[in-house]
Design a protein. Structure first.
Length: 444
């Protein structure tokens, strides 16, 4: 049996972060994952999504270039070329991580691992023992078990497509579904969103939902909200979606399930190790990521808190510092103030409390500042253009900023600095006294 200080089950963002930092502190680390290193973010998530988004973003700018007198013709999208280049880029990232772990002295086992007990992992017919074990197996798309469910694809499947459909139904109005819907529509696909939610991006501030829906209307994305899908029928290439008691939509060439993700915690031996696991697959942890069993830790998507790459990375690095470099004075991840963006068309972003949450927490002391504007990028558009929109949520006599929410081109890049201000406790007056950069959207 091989002995290590730390065994990490999962080679995604969180697992690699804790392994990298711990190895840098001199720990003996082994990482287990049968899939290419990088996890969902590198292989079926953030990175391939953003690369694809850039293609659609460039097409959008090209289509509007004539408004400024620029003579550009958008003839076609060489989608097969995009897929090939995207695949090559991801393979480069996979290879980078393999080589990097080797240089760090981390032992990478490209096998599926299972817990034998709270200190022992079995993988590839061998057993490994560690003083600490970290569960970082990530998540996977949910496919509801209903008639015809196999006729729908998932976001994982999307990144394996080598061509585009003529039409598609996206089931779900969360960030994954709407990101896919926006990209596909910009590529010329006829897109219909069908969802049980009553508004898009229901977990975000209502202003974000309402303004984004105006953009979707302008782009020609059909929406059927408040509709519970009950099944799919047909054949590949001609799929009908049933919703409610008597709604039928389609047929569509393809259907994409985007109804959420769940932790990949089944059949990895958690029960054998005595680790508590909730019925939905989430592993409860304390502030330092420790599970119900001492010495067994979990981070990333499996703990059900903010399933975002930077969150998993921060949790992994801080955990390793907590163990091995306390002089750095690491602090646990604060899950209450995490900025997030969606790469919809246009992007949306937010940090802190939504207006309903702020009112619930602070009542009548809440003050809200909102703005909508067109922006210079579409100043010469001849048709009505859906606006950019921003909201500042404050509370108390000093009007401390509790939340910022934005919709429009560039908000994904501008939000980071504002997130720092919110975390530092900035007030509305701090914002007012800061000289803005002009002319920009950020100054609003």
């Amino acid at each position: 049996m091989e002995e290590y200080d730390i065994l990490v089950i999962g080679g995604g963002s969180g697992g690699l972060a804790v392994a990298e930092r711990a190895a840098g502190h001199g720990a003996r680390v082994a990482v287990f994952d049968p899939r290419p290193l990088g996890g969902t973010c590198v292989n079926e998530g953030c990175v391939p999504k953003k690369l694809t988004w850039y293609a659609s973003h460039h097409m959008g700018h090209a289509r509007h270039a004539h408004e400024f007198g620029v003579d550009v013709e958008v003839r076609d999208l060489r989608y097969a070329d995009l897929v090939r280049q995207r695949h090559d880029f991801l393979r480069m990232l996979n290879d980078y991580w393999s080589g990097y772990l080797e240089r760090l002295g981390v032992h990478y086992v490209a096998e599926r691992a299972q817990l034998v007990d709270a200190r022992t992992v079995s993988a590839g017919g061998r057993e490994y023992r560690g003083e600490r074990v970290v569960i970082a197996t990530g998540g996977e798309p949910i496919v509801p078990r209903m008639p015809g469910h196999e006729l729908g694809a998932t976001s994982d499947d999307f990144f394996q497509w080598e061509d585009l459909p003529q039409s598609i139904a996206v089931i779900g109005a969360g960030y994954i579904g709407l990101e896919m819907a926006g990209m596909l529509r910009s590529f010329g696909v006829d897109v219909t969103v069908i969802a049980m939610e009553n508004r898009v991006l229901e977990m975000f501030d209502p202003m974000v939902s309402h303004v984004l829906e105006r953009h979707m209307e302008e782009q020609g994305i059909t929406r059927h909200l408040g509709a519970t899908v009950t099944g799919l029928e047909g054949t590949p290439g001609a799929v009908t979606v049933h919703a409610g008691e008597d709604q039928r939509h389609g047929p569509f060439e393809r259907v994409l399930w985007a109804v959420g993700r769940r932790p990949k915690t089944r059949d990895i031996g958690l029960e054998a190790a005595g680790v508590e696991i909730l019925p939905n697959g989430i592993i409860p942890v304390n502030e330092w990521q420790e599970t119900s069993v001492a010495g067994v830790f979990a981070l990333g998507d499996v703990i059900g808190k903010a399933p975002l790459t930077p969150v998993a990375i921060a949790a992994g690095r801080r955990l390793a510092d907590h163990w091995l470099a306390p002089e750095r004075k690491p602090v646990p991840v604060d899950y209450a103030q995490i900025p997030t963006v969606t790469f919809t068309h246009p992007p949306t972003g937010g940090v802190g409390l939504t207006e309903p949450a702020a009112v619930q927490a602070f009542g009548d002391s809440v003050r809200v500042y909102e703005t909508e504007f067109g922006g210079l990028a579409r100043a010469f558009a001849r048709d009505d253009v859906a606006p950019m929109a921003m909201k500042l949520i404050c509370a108390g006599e000093d009007e401390r900023v509790l939340g910022i929410h934005m919709v429009g081109d560039g908000v994904d890049e501008m939000l980071q600095g504002f997130a720092v201000a919110v975390r530092m406790g900035a007030t509305k007056r701090d914002f007012d006294l800061t000289i803005p950069l002009h002319p920009t959207s950020a100054e609003e």
